[in-house]
Design a protein. Structure first.
Length: 496
C-alpha cells in the first residue's frame, strides 16, 4: 500500500532527528518524522528502575542491565513481558550496544550529561569542521536548546545524594587527578526540591536507564514540542523504516512497518519523499544505508558506508573503596575525573550505583581515546547487518582505564570490584552507551551530511562522528546537527 508523498521525511526522533525536524518545520517544509518506539507521555510513564516491568526494555523476556550482578549474584535482572520498552540492547559478537527507543531516542534513557568536548581535541573529533563556528555558535545553541544547567556547588557539597561523587573526588585527588563538574539536562532545581521532599522523586528514586518520570529535559520536552509547534511537522510512532530506495523520478521511497504493543505488524506502507534525513542513530542509520547499498536500492552509495564505527572508548569499572558511598545516590552524574593529560586521554564519569542500599563501591564510565574501529557487514543470506568488532578490540580502552584506576587504587589502598559485571570481571568491556560512526562526515557524506552519490539524502546523527568525542556525545551530536541544517537550509533550496 502507498503511504503517499511528503516533501521531507526524517527517520528517528533522537538528537540529530529532532534538530532536523525543528529546523525543517521552521523553514516551512512539511515534514514527517517516523519513530519505531512509542510516545512516552502521561504523568509518569516509566517503570521503577529497581522493579522493572515490561516498559523497561524493547521486546525482551528479561531485562539486560549493564551491571548485571551484585556480590556475584544475578539479583539485578527481572523477567518481563515483551513490549516496546524504552531501552534496547542490540547484541553483536563482542559488543552489546545500548540505545533508547521512543520519541526522544537516547534522551529518554541517558544520564543527561551535557558535555562540550575540550576545544584542543576538536580537530581530531571532527576533522574538517570549523572549530570557531562550533564553539562560537553551535555548542552554545545546542546547550540553550537542550536546556542544559549546572548544579549549585554549595548545595552539592552538602547533599547526601552526592556523597558518592565526593568520595570519588577525594580518592582521585589522592592520585593526583582533578575532577570537574559536568552540566546536565536534568533540572537541578527540581533535584534540590526532591532532596527537600517537596516533589515526586525521580533522580532520587534511582530512575535513569528505564526513563525518568520527572525532572529530566529529554528531547520530548525540548526540541520535539518546538518542532511540532511549527505546525509543519507530523510524528508517527511505532513505525519502523524497513528499507529505503530511490525511484526513477528522483524521490526516495521509504518502506515502513507499523507495529502494535505486542510487536505484531499492523500495517506496511511505502512513503515517497523529496528529501530524506536519516536520524536513526549510529546503528539504525548505518543499517539502512548499508542494506540499501548492498541490495542495489541505492547503488550510488560509496564504499565508506559501514566504516569508522567506534564505541567512544567506553569502559565501565568499579572500585571497592571500603568507605560508605551513600544509600540514596542521585542517578544524574555531576562530576568527571580529568585524566585527559595521561598518555592515552581518559575522561571518567563518576557514575552512581542507584541500588538503594549501601554498596561501599564507586562506579565509573571511562571514555578513553581508543583508536579501535569496527565496521558493519551485510549478510546476503539473512538480509541482516552486523557489527564486526573483534574480541581484543576493547583491550586498548581497558588498559587506558586501568592505568588511571590502578593509580587511584594504589593511592587509596583500594581494589577493583569483581562482582558487578558477570564473569568475575573488573571491567565492563563488552558493551557501550556511545555508539558513533558508520556514515562518517567527509567520508560517506560531504562535510555537511549530504550523502555522497545520493542527491537530497542526508545523514544527521551520531553516525557522522568517527568513533570518539572524548566526552559524552549528545551535545556534539546536537551541535553538529544544528550546523549541518543551517548550511543545508541556506544552500540546498529545499521546498514543499
Ligand atoms: P538516538 O539513538 O538518540 O535516536 C535514534 C532514534 O531512531 C531512536 O529513537 C530509535 O528508536 C529510532 N530508530 C532507529 N532505527 C529506526 C528505524 N529503522 N525506523 C524508525 N525509527 C528508528 N550521552 C551523553 O551525551 N550524556 C549521557 O549522560 C549519556 N548517557 C547515556 C546512557 C545510556 C544508558 C545510553 C544508552 C546512552 C547514553 N548517552 C549519553 C548516549 C546518547 O544518548 C546517544 O549518543 C544519543 O542518543 C545518540 O543520538 P542520535 O541522534 O544519534 O540517535
Amino acid at each position: 500500500p502507498s503511504g503517499g508523498f511528503v516533501p521531507a521525511l526524517v527517520i528517528g526522533s533522537g538528537y540529530g532527528a529532532s534538530v532536523t525536524a525543528l529546523r525543517l518545520g521552521e523553514a516551512g517544509i512539511d515534514t514527517l518524522v517516523l519513530e519505531m518506539g512509542r510516545l512516552w507521555d502521561g504523568p509518569a510513564p516509566f517503570c521503577p528502575m529497581l522493579t522493572p516491568d515490561r516498559r523497561s526494555m524493547w521486546f525482551r523476556t528479561r531485562t539486560a542491565a549493564p551491571l548485571d550482578s551484585f556480590l556475584w549474584l544475578p539479583v539485578v535482572n527481572r523477567d518481563i513481558d515483551p513490549y516496546p520498552g524504552v531501552l534496547d540492547r542490540v547484541d553483536f559478537p563482542n559488543m552489546k550496544v545500548y540505545v533508547g527507543r521512543g520519541v526522544g531516542g537516547g534522551s529518554l534513557v541517558n544520564g543527561g550529561m551535557a558535555v562540550v568536548p575540550q576545544r584542543r581535541f576538536f580537530p581530531e573529533i571532527l576533522p574538517g569542521v570549523d572549530v570557531d563556528e562550533m564553539y562560537g555558535t553551535y555548542f552554545p545553541l545546542a546547550n540553550r536548546m537542550l536546556g542544559v544547567n549546572s548544579v549549585d556547588p554549595a548545595w552539592w557539597e552538602a547533599a547526601d545524594c552526592y556523597s558518592y561523587a565526593r568520595v570519588s573526588r577525594a580518592d582521585a585527588a589522592k592520585a593526583g587527578y582533578g575532577t570537574s563538574f559536568v552540566p546536565n539536562v536534568y533540572d537541578f532545581g527540581y533535584l534540590e526540591r526532591e532532596a527537600a521532599g517537596q516533589v515526586a522523586k525521580s533522580a532520587l528514586n534511582s530512575e535513569v536507564i528505564y526513563g525518568n518520570n520527572h525532572g529530566k529535559r529529554s528531547l520530548d520536552k525540548s526540541y520535539i514540542p518546538a518542532a511540532l509547534g511549527t505546525g509543519r511537522v507530523r510524528l508517527q510512532t511505532l513505525t519502523r523504516v524497513t528499507g529505503i530506495a530511490r525511484d526513477g523520478d528522483g524521490t526516495y521511497a521509504v518502506q515502513t512497518a507499523t507495529i502494535d504493543e505486542s510487536g505484531a505488524v499492523t500495517g506496511t506502507a511505502l512513503i515517497n519523499c523529496r528529501y530524506l534525513f536519516l536520524g536513526a542513530g549510529s546503528l539504525g542509520t548505518t543499517q539502512l544505508l548499508l542494506t540499501a547499498r548492498e541490495t542495489g536500492a541505492l547503488p550510488g552509495l560509496n564504499d565508506q558506508v559501514g566504516l569508522g564505527w567506534g564505541d567512544n572508548g567506553n569502559v565501565m569499572t568499579a572500585r571497592a573503596n571500603w568507605k560508605p558511598t551513600g544509600c540514596v545516590q542521585a542517578s544524574m552524574p555531576t562530576l568527571g575525573i580529568d585524566a585527559t593529560n595521561d598518555p592515552v586521554p581518559v575522561f571518567a564519569e563518576i557514575a552512581p550505583i542507584p541500588a538503594g542500599v549501601e554498596t561501599f563501591a564507586s562506579l565509573y564510565l571511562a571514555i578513553t581515546k581508543s583508536p579501535e574501529r569496527g565496521s558493519f557487514g551485510y549478510d546476503r543470506a539473512s538480509g541482516t547487518v552486523s557489527l564486526r568488532w573483534g574480541s581484543t578490540q576493547k583491550d586498548f580502552a581497558v588498559s587506558a582505564a586501568k592505568r588511571v584506576f590502578d593509580r587511584i587504587n594504589a593511592a587509596n589502598a583500594t581494589i577493583y570490584r569483581h562482582d558487578l559485571f558477570s564473569g568475575n570481571r573488573a571491567f565492563g568491556d563488552d558493551f557501550c552507551y556511545h555508539p558513533l560512526g558508520g556514515a562518517v562526515l567527509g567520508k560517506a557524506t560531504d562535510l555537511y551530511g549530504r550523502v555522497s552519490g545520493c542527491p537530497n539524502l542526508y545523514v544527521n546523527d551520531a553516525s557522522l562522528i568517527p568513533g570518539w568525542t572524548g566526552v559524552n556525545p549528545f551535545v556534539t551530536i546536537t551541535a553538529l546537527a544544528e550546523r549541518n541544517m543551517a548550511r543545508v537550509l541556506a544552500a540546498d533550496g529545499l521546498h514543499n
